[in-house]
Design a protein around this ligand. Structure first.
Ligand SMILES: [Zn+2]
Length: 434
């Protein structure tokens, strides 16, 4: 509880680094380099074909073994003139349309046509709204607004008025393979290899049932990731799915292969088809919150230690960092508990429960059901505590135990009737992970 010595200075330093222009400049340069490299490297292997087949299989509900679909030939039509409006803070839909010369009646009709899909009165600053005009007559033809990373709102003028629809965003997908060695953290090593921050976080999440990235990471650990990069009109947009990955932690290698079954359920599996998903997450704080703080040379985590009587793991994290339930369960306590401060206890089954202490704010109540990964509260320093951290306890049959020493079986493995399809996936990426 009060036993933690944190490297607060360094945590602050690393946060400062993120805000410094130098960092972003360096990151930008790294990305540029990596992009150039990636053009040379991976792109379309035999795997690309598999990928197309896999995504097309998904689109068809997994019923058919899909072949690569050809786009029908479209007669070349003159392209619309597009005015892209960056939405400024406090900009409203009405004003934006007016500024682009759209008649108020059209703006109102478009608003009505699309309100079942999206309320245009709530357009968000920082996003972009595209307005399409006929290249010859200059007539206003419609608009496009991004709803998420996967879908857009399209509104078009048709003979009988404005029509709105929800359309999937079609990205051009390239494959990228990165290999790296950890000298300070997986996060830093991923960025060094030119990975997008989002892809590194995704990589950490693939192994969230396998590795506690706050405690387990060792200097010299290695990793490989094969993942998608999404492009649009030739420009890089964001990372897509991680297709295969490997993390070598000390002498233990863990592999992960993404697989989607015929029912459309997706997940990550080891090379034999065992699920990476387990009853307990390795850490109650998500990888993205412990990444920037962790440095192997410093003591950021206070471990389970029976000789000092610290029968818990302390996760150093900034005040307000979300705390997640490590497994499904029912909240058995949520309130003040003396030296533990604000504490939440979750009963997972007849054997296991977990406690989450010193919270600044709890957002669950006694009796409430929670699911694995659900946010239950926020890191604080309430009770007997010297600085913001999460004191995490696992209790087995009434005894506080070290979660690091517990092994939990995976959830459902690959079904026997899908083993052959899964083996093909392992074959496709196996070489890249070797
Ligand atoms: Zn503690």
């Amino acid at each position: 509880m009060s036993d933690v010595q944190f490297g607060h200075k360094s945590a602050k330093k690393s946060r400062r680094i993120f805000r410094s222009p130098d960092f972003w400049f360096t990151l930008f340069r790294m990305k540029g380099k990596a992009l150039t490299l990636s053009v040379g490297i991976v792109m379309v292997l035999a795997g690309g074909i598999f990928l197309l087949a896999a995504s097309s299989r998904k689109a068809q509900g997994g019923q058919e073994q899909a072949a690569v679909e050809k786009q029908p030939a479209v007669p070349a039509a003159p392209k619309d003139r597009v005015e892209s409006a960056e939405i400024a803070p406090k900009m409203t839909y009405g004003v934006l349309m007016e500024e682009h010369g759209i008649a108020a009646a059209d703006a109102a009709a478009i608003y009505e046509a699309s309100k079942d899909i999206y309320d245009l009165a709530t357009i968000r600053a920082g996003k972009r709204l595209d307005l399409m005009f006929d290249p010859q007559s200059g007539a206003f033809k419609g608009l496009m607004y991004p709803l998420s990373t996967e879908e857009e709102l399209h509104v078009r003028r048709e003979a009988d008025g404005w029509k709105a629809s929800r359309e999937p965003i079609v990205y051009e997908v390239k494959l990228k393979t990165v290999n790296g060695t950890v000298s300070s953290s997986l996060y830093a090593a991923g960025l060094e290899q030119g990975m997008d921050e989002g892809a590194v976080i995704e990589l950490g999440d693939v192994f969230q049932w396998t590795i506690d990235f706050a405690q387990d990471v060792r200097v010299g650990d290695t990793f490989t990731a094969v993942y998608e990069e999404r492009y649009r009109d030739g420009a890089y947009v964001m990372p897509g799915r991680i297709l295969a990955a490997k993390y070598v932690n000390g002498s233990t290698a863990s592999q992960a292969y993404w697989f989607q079954n015929a029912a459309g359920e997706e997940g990550y599996y080891d090379e034999k088809g065992g699920s990476l998903r387990k009853m307990f997450l390795k850490a109650p704080v998500a990888f993205k919150y412990i990444t920037s703080g962790f440095t192997t040379g410093l003591r950021y985590v206070s471990a389970f230690n029976t000789s000092t009587g610290h029968r818990a793991i302390d996760y150093a994290a900034a005040q307000g960092t979300p705390i997640r339930a490590t497994a499904d369960g029912v909240v058995s306590f949520a309130g003040w508990d003396g030296p533990y401060g604000n504490k939440v206890s979750i009963r997972h089954n007849g054997t296991y429960s977990t406690n989450y202490c010193h919270q600044s704010k709890m957002i669950v109540k006694k009796g409430q059901k929670v699911t694995q990964g659900e946010i239950i509260g926020y890191v604080g320093t309430t009770g007997f505590s010297t600085g913001p951290h999460l004191h995490y306890e696992m209790v087995k049959n009434g005894v506080k135990i070290n979660p690091m020493n517990e092994t939990f079986p995976g959830t459902d493995p690959i079904k026997s009737e899908e083993q052959a399809a899964f083996d093909e996936v392992v074959k496709t990426w196996g070489d890249a992970l070797r």
